[in-house]
Design a protein around this ligand. Structure first.
Ligand code: AMP
Ligand code: MG
Length: 485
């Protein structure tokens, strides 16, 4: 369909007015299209050609309001770095309505009632990052919000004295924008129970429709979310993804990766890696992520417990770590090519010793798995020792790996087939995004678009970008980013 044939619908105004604000975007100056995602267009049935039009840029900039759309921002609360903040909300995001179950939202389109000290804007740098990474996570099979398109502008944005950036807008799409923090907001004040029930019914209708007519639907929703989140975290851990700001307002109740900030895919493997510069204590370090997700779900249980059995919720939460570990080990076995039909062993010892060996040998995490999948034989591992700073540990680990393969009668040729399905040639690292950002700041968007294509097709060859399948250059490995975006 052409852009102006799309019809959106809005279902949020059933809640009390204190939970949202109807408003208009504040357009950016001189907006221009940088990129759009064909794969995201398909989800909402939008013709690609429409994205090249001026009216599409106007749509992204809030100046072309589609049929049925009534723009609004949502209120929520949240625990930020462990401390409760009663009033947050979409400080720079505006919801437009939904189509085909996808809720469209512009990020960076001006002040809202929830902007607090912020300017309602998003800079080009963080917008490129979120845009590409949303599409990449999807391509890796990791549940996530999506991104339809990205516009830039000449609008100056001041984030610090020496950093004048320009404003950009990403059109994000999600099957749900409700966060644990939304529950924290609805569960306060008078009529908390009634409001919470309405919100939970809304979430169930939106993301768990099979539960709508079930008994104990609130508890069952929670139980399913525990499972989804445990599995989501298993994917993050297995692929070395760090979210960076796992505050409860950045945790989806649909089990998706949301709100991309100072995230990173791990470069050199480091168990305690912290990707967020402002996270001094490492609350959101790589190895803490599963426990933090569990903690966030506990916060949800305290709030949801006002309308159903708290005891039951906490009971379900106990299964979080078990589900997470099982899923994580399954994924790691796949990444190592170990066919689980050949052994009942979860190979936990092998996985733990691999992580230790990767850390000691200082090996690029995802690059290791890709090179492993491409080995000609287990007796010639030069392509891996060549990317190790210290070799002994990884060489020793290969002896262990060979023993497991032999004991379980695994066939290396078949193992490689399995591995190539789950170990992509390309994982988008921060240094690549940084290159695209620097070009984009100079008005050259080719790399942004090329990276999007690689991000969406990480298992393809992309010969001209072979260098991106190598380890991250050491001077850029595991650099921390700040939240300022
Ligand atoms: P985050 O952790 O980046 O998802 O943001 C935390 C809160 O700060 C949310 O309520 C955001 O809407 C808000 N926020 C972040 N940046 C800005 C900004 N530039 N202007 C207004 N609000 C913002
Ligand atoms: Mg957020």
């Amino acid at each position: 369909m052409k852009l102006n044939e799309l019809e959106l619908s809005v279902d949020y105004f059933q809640f009390d007015k204190k939970f949202y604000q109807k408003l208009e975007s504040t357009p950016l100056n001189n907006p221009h299209l940088i990129s759009y995602s064909k794969s995201a267009c398909d989800l909402i049935g939008l013709d690609y050609s429409s994205c090249e039009s001026e009216s599409f840029v106007a749509f992204m900039n809030g100046e072309n309001v589609l049929k049925g759309s009534v723009p609004y921002s949502m209120a929520y609360a949240g625990h930020q770095f462990g401390y409760f903040v009663p009033q947050l909300g979409d400080g720079r995001a505006i919801n437009l309505g939904s189509i085909n179950g996808w809720h469209l939202q512009t990020k960076g389109s001006g002040l809202t009632r929830f902007s607090r000290q912020g300017d309602g804007r998003a800079v080009l740098r963080s917008s490129i990052r979120e845009y590409i990474m949303s599409e990449h996570m999807h391509a890796l099979g990791i549940p996530t919000t999506r991104a339809l398109a990205l516009i830039g502008s000449t609008h100056p944005i001041y984030r610090s004295y020496d950093d004048i950036d320009t404003g950009a807008i990403v059109m994000r799409m999600s099957t749900s924008w409700i966060r644990i923090g939304t529950f924290e907001y609805f569960s306060r004040g008078k009529d908390a129970q009634e409001n919470l029930k309405k919100l939970t019914d809304y979430v169930i209708k939106q993301s768990y429709p099979h539960l709508e007519n079930e008994d104990n639907k609130y508890e069952r929703f929670y139980c399913e979310l525990v499972e989804k989140t445990a599995k989501l975290l298993a994917m993050w851990q297995a692929y070395g993804f760090m979210h960076g700001v796992m505050n409860t307002d950045n945790m989806s109740v649909a089990g998706l990766t949301i709100d991309y900030g100072p995230f990173a895919f791990m470069d050199t493997f480091e168990m305690n890696c912290i990707c967020n510069h402002t996270d001094m204590e490492g609350r959101y370090s790589f190895c803490n992520q599963p426990e933090i997700a569990r903690w966030n779900l506990e916060v949800l249980a305290y709030n949801l417990g006002k309308i159903c059995s708290f005891k039951k919720l906490i009971g379900y939460l106990k299964s979080f770590i078990t589900i997470h570990q099982k899923e994580y080990l399954d994924l790691m076995n796949k990444r190592l090519g170990l066919d689980k039909r050949l052994s009942k062993d979860s190979n936990i010892d092998l996985v733990i010793s691999l992580l230790e060996a990767l850390e000691k040998s200082k090996i690029d995490y995802n690059c290791f798995f890709y090179r492993l999948s491409k080995l000609k034989s287990l007796d010639s591992i030069n392509s891996i020792t060549d990317i190790s700073i210290f070799r002994d540990s990884i060489i020793k680990w290969f002896e262990e790996y060979k023993k497991v393969i032999e004991n379980q009668n695994q066939d290396f040729k078949y193992m490689k087939e399995l591995m190539l399905k789950v170990n992509p040639k390309f994982v988008i690292k921060n240094y690549m995004l940084q290159e695209a950002i620097e070009n984009a700041k100079n008005g050259d968007f080719k790399l942004t678009n090329d990276l999007l294509f690689i991000a969406q097709n990480p298992f393809l060859e992309h010969k001209e970008y072979d260098r991106y399948s190598n380890p991250t250059p050491i001077e850029y490995a595991n650099i921390q980013l700040s939240c300022s975006s």
